[in-house]
Design a protein around this ligand. Structure first.
Ligand SMILES: O=C(O)[C@H](O)COP(=O)(O)O
Ligand SMILES: [Mn+2]
Ligand SMILES: [Mn+2]
Length: 560
């Protein structure tokens, strides 16, 4: 990686704040600030520790922006997410993120002129173009209008045969919305057929059960997708996508979009219409990395032992973006990823500071990979310890809402008490992972567990005379229902039932600082009302006794 020379990596000392204080950084995943009512799981939950921090407002507690342009997303309507949130927290600057970069590359047509697309195009005369990704307009991992642009543009640039392999959402968008997305997709494919392109939906499955696992929590998820997408094999076979969803839902009263079982579309003779074979091209159209990396490895690596691929077709594969800058995976991609460089983690190591980072598997990469600018691995193994607590596999987290919050708290506590680290950072997942299930009761339990974990860490900070910084990456658990934007009242569906919100929100998130090591004159500035997650990195550097690099977003604190 290019970077400043050694001299420039040195951070100047802060004129007023001392070095040598332990700093605990706690990111509560999916923990926003919203109207206090019965559907705000955080408000309903008993969270004495987080409540006590709020009493420090405005000097030691405030809100920061965690959505839209504040984290590099296209518009104010874009909710925050873990990738952009942790990127901003770790890098201290706002980078235009995947969603925006793909929009621009499609709008200018640059996407179709780049080396990545040309590599894909080489297969067009004889092969099929397969498009694999998340089917929704959530804007977190992918967006439907971008898939439309990709399909149309590919046809215009010579693709004669297109097969789409969908992952139904219901997590970044309302559960049940997949029916409408599939209907729209099948219409769009028909339109392409009228123009002479042999375009069909080929396979599908729910994102959490098929393909979109992350951080290698459960390779079975990716295998289910591989079998349907590549081998054309699934227990469920249908003539169309809509028929598939209707049938699977009728069969199972608990059906939801996130966990839809895998299916393949077959022709009249019962043959799968779109297995991936030698000579084909494959694009994974998600722009976000974490949940596409495992499939990218299966598609790209010669030496691969995570599951039996049975048949490994010789294909030209490209990602919408390059998902991992360190692994250079995938090697071919359509749009250059944001160049997130000189992250706070890298600065800390260059200045000799020691870091401990921990979460459970499903969020582990958030405090490591995303935090470090979509880069796997440490900057300096001698200075960094990354600890992953294995997550439960094969369950929806409303079944285990405590998750590993207390185990994460214990690891952080021990790391703080060991006195070995300057910065101890964790991600506590409950508000988000349980919030995504839409189960209000379980989310309340999860928030209570998260609060206990925070207490455990703050107690350790107290013992060593350290400093804490508690914040979140975006909202989720604070709002569990879809609301009328004008009245803020819950919206009812056609059966009169309240519509459950499984997704993130556009709410701001809290940030609190404190601990016995915090110098008495430190308080939040009042001249940064629009402050966002990208302002946190400079704040952390100050609390560690350093000035932040000049191009970082300004620190949220001042010293009187
Ligand atoms: O991938 C997911 O679980 C959701 O789409 C977004 O959640 P996250 O951004 O909190 O990971
Ligand atoms: Mn998150
Ligand atoms: Mn989430």
């Amino acid at each position: 990686m290019n970077g400043p020379n050694a001299k420039d990596w040195a951070l100047p000392s802060h004129p007023k704040l001392p070095k040598g204080k332990n700093l605990a950084v706690i990111v509560l995943d999916g923990w926003g600030e919203q109207v206090p009512d019965a559907y705000n799981a955080i408000y309903v939950a008993s969270t004495p520790t987080m409540d006590s921090l709020k009493k420090g407002a405005p000097e030691h507690w405030r809100l920061v922006r965690a959505h839209g342009p504040a984290v590099g997303l296209p518009s104010e309507d874009d909710m925050g997410n873990s990738e952009v949130g942790h990127n901003a927290l770790g890098a201290g600057r706002i980078f235009e993120q995947g969603a925006k970069l793909v929009d621009a590359a499609l709008a200018t047509g640059k996407l179709f002129k780049g080396a990545g697309f040309q590599y894909i195009q080489e297969c067009f005369p004889d092969g099929t173009l397969h498009l694999i990704g998340l089917l929704s307009d959530g804007g977190v991992h992918s967006r439907y209008d971008q898939l439309q642009g990709l399909m149309k543009g590919s046809a215009a640039h010579g693709a004669k045969r297109i097969r789409v392999h969908i992952l139904t959402d219901g997590r970044d968008v309302l559960d049940g919305s997949s029916f409408a997305f599939v209907e729209q997709l099948e219409k769009d494919l028909e339109e392409l057929q009228k123009q002479g392109v042999d375009a069909l939906l080929a396979s599908g499955g729910g994102r959490m059960y098929v393909t979109m696992d992350r951080y290698e929590n459960d390779w079975n998820v990716v295998k289910r997708g591989w079998d349907a997408q590549v081998l054309g094999e699934a227990p469920n076979k249908f003539k169309s996508g809509l028929e598939a969803l209707k049938h699977l839902k009728a069969e199972n009263p608990k059906f939801n979009d996130q966990y839809c079982p895998p299916f393949v579309i077959v022709d009249d003779s019962g043959k799968a219409v779109g297995p991936i074979v030698d000579g084909d091209a494959v694009i994974t159209f998600n722009f976000r990395a974490d949940r596409m990396i495992m499939l990218a490895k299966a598609l790209e690596y010669d030496n691969f032992d995570k599951f039996d691929r049975v048949r490994v077709p010789k294909i030209h594969y490209a990602g919408m973006l390059q998902y991992d800058g360190e692994l250079k995976l995938p090697s071919k991609y359509l749009v250059n990823p944001p160049e997130i460089d000189r992250t706070s983690g890298e600065y800390l190591t260059k200045n000799g500071l020691k870091t401990f980072a921990c979460s459970e598997t499903v969020k582990f990469g958030h405090v490591t990979f995303f935090w470090n600018g979509n880069r796997s691995g440490c900057f300096d193994e001698k200075l960094e310890s990354y600890v992953e607590i294995p997550s439960d596999q094969g369950i929806t987290f409303n079944e285990q809402p405590l998750m590993k919050a207390l185990e994460i708290g214990e690891k952080a506590r021990d790391a703080i008490l060991s006195g070995k680290y300057d910065q101890v950072r964790v991600n506590i997942p409950n508000g988000d992972m349980v919030g995504h299930t839409g189960d209000l009761k379980a989310t309340i339990v999860g928030c209570e567990a998260a609060d206990k974990a925070v207490k455990m860490i703050l107690d350790a900070v107290e013992q060593v005379g350290g400093i804490y910084l508690v914040t979140a990456d975006h909202g989720n658990a604070e709002d569990m229902v879809k609301r009328n934007p004008k009245t803020a009242q819950p919206v009812l569906d056609k059966n009169g039932k309240i519509q459950i919100l499984t997704s993130h929100t556009c709410a701001p998130v809290p940030i609190a600082i404190g601990g016995p090591g915090l110098s008495p004159g430190v308080k939040f500035r009042t001249d940064l009302p629009q402050g966002g997650l990208a302002n946190v990195a400079a704040t952390m550097m100050n609390l560690l006794g350093f000035e932040a690099p000049a191009d970082y977003e300004p620190s949220l604190i001042e010293v009187l």
